[in-house]
Design a protein. Sequence first.
Length: 308
Amino acid sequence: MNKKIIGSFLASVMIASTTTISAFGAMGSGTVVIGTKAFDLSYANDPANLKEINSAIVDGGMVYVKDFNGKWINNINGLAAEISSIPAVIYKNATQKISFDAADLDAKVTTTINSAAQILAATQAVVKAEISKVQADVDAANASVIALANAEQSKIRADLLSRLNLIKVANTTTPTTTVDVTAPILNSVSLTIGQPVLATKDASGNFKVSLGTAKATDMFTDLKLNTSEKATAKITCLGRTKTFTINDAGDVTIPVSDLLGSYASAAGISVGTLKGYLGLLGNSITLNATLTDAAGNASTKTIVIAAN
């Protein structure tokens, strides 16, 4: 084919328009026939297909263009062509190859160009649905699988549908995150009187500590708590209530002055002085400790400090 014919052909196929395809009948308007090959106009105009189109031109053969009135035009002389002059061709667009008999008749689909891509996309959609178990993903995967409609895809289609049928969709109305319903636990209590003095824990989770073995001159400086989780501790003692923050490790150290107020100094209170106060209060005081975690779960325990 000489340069004149090639130039004439290129001028024809550069006409931009929407191509219509009849799946079982004549080729759609806008079709370009080059020898025994035919192309959808959009496909022919796509720069990505330029090498393929040029190769068809070089291979030779008559060139026909079907105009948008459905009439065949001889690309060399621009005159109308008899439909009987259209050879048997393999028609190609972006997604299909279709075999057309001579005279633009009796089309049948012979293969799907993007079959592998369709199978891959459907498989990936099924895998996503299997992992997420979300209804929207299952629906999207089902649509992709149903689209695998040709004969060569039928077994894969059936296998993927079987996998979808096995998916148990999670209830997305209620979040699947774990809900914290457990209140904090008070693990241990100790008084710093020169050194830690551990309180005894009873079966109910309450604590009691005795000052009986401490020297009168020893200084009681702070109270230490350890809990099962990060929380706040609201402690009531001698009619005084204060709230303290328990750290991530479940620990908090509370100065005696924050517990006893004016009964103690910033340096604490001596055991002898504290026992004197306790003698006036029935030889013991009770601290009520309410622990509350971030989820709002709360528990209250008592801590008894006894003179003996």
